[in-house]
Write a protein that binds this ligand. Sequence first.
Ligand code: F6P
Length: 363
Amino acid sequence: MKKILVTTGGGDCPGLNAVLRGISRAALTHGGYEVWGSMEAFNGILKEPSELLKLSKKRTAGIHVRGGTIIRTTNKGNPMAYPIKQKDGTFKVIDRTLELAEKIKNEGFDSVINIGGDGSQKISQALFERGVHIIGVPKTIDNDLSATDRTFGFATAVQIATDCFDKLVTTAESHHRVIIMEVMGRDAGWIALHTAIAGGAEICLLPEIPYSIDKVLGVINGRYTKGRGFANIVISEGARPIGGTVVGSEAQDDDAHVKLGGVANLLRHQLESAGCEAQVRSTILGHIQRGGTPMAYDRILATTMGVKAFEMVVSGQFGQMVSFRNNKLTAVPISKAISEYNYVDTDHYLVQAARKTGVSFGD
Ligand code: F6P
């Protein structure tokens, strides 16, 4: 029996369980392989004793319809920069990748499938360079990996955001209000852009296009006559005004990143200070976009990516990541996948179509 170790790392995402089931089922169908999950990304295998979960047929039955990940995840404890708490409360960062590579070997694993976003795939590359037979599976609701046309979880996040946006339109219309809805999207505004088109937003503000408050106010004023009118705005958490910075709180202790959130409130204050006559309200969707049942599209993409990852293990395509390109599942070198980020190109056809259907980007 060959043993495969599977990990889910970084923020969770609808579809992770479907990938786990896809790998497990494909391995069972093929025969000769056992699939094990490491609890909370690589933290599980690094522990003494290791915390592992056998991804048997019984354990994975029916999990494809569930959000989250049965083997849990974390964005703490990156083995490349592992934080160790000192006596004085400060953190010392050490590289544990070599130790991790050895632990994987010593526990009898022939290969690893690491399901995660940009940060997780950097770990995959580091392990590959230390001799680990590793395959990457891309994951992010932000759709910000350039090496794949789509990541599972994104469609579900857009659907959740669009459903919420639709609800905010009816209340904005009833009260003649401006309602700002903040969605996830740290560096790339794909969720906001898709939601703006699907929901028919008047204004869409993205990390890639810093906004002018005067322009935003101009669009709002154009929608109001004699106190009548309404406007709905969708804004990415990573958006910022021209010359301004993103809104969030600094990373603390061993947290992986700055916690973004609150730019919708900033925009509300900016509009009020700039003399916006309409009442303004703001709603921050936050993690609701990452929870719950994955849409059928994401279940299918995730399941087939799991099957592809297993096939890549069998054919020895290590150091490669599964990619969905031009309607086909293919493989790309992880080193390439982590070298380019998928920002919204301001000439992208979706940006152009949005502008032509009356969406302002506040620029
Ligand atoms: O990367 C995906 C993402 O959902 C970002 O859009 C968001 O900024 C971040 O994760 C939130 O991470 P956390 O769950 O650590 O708050």
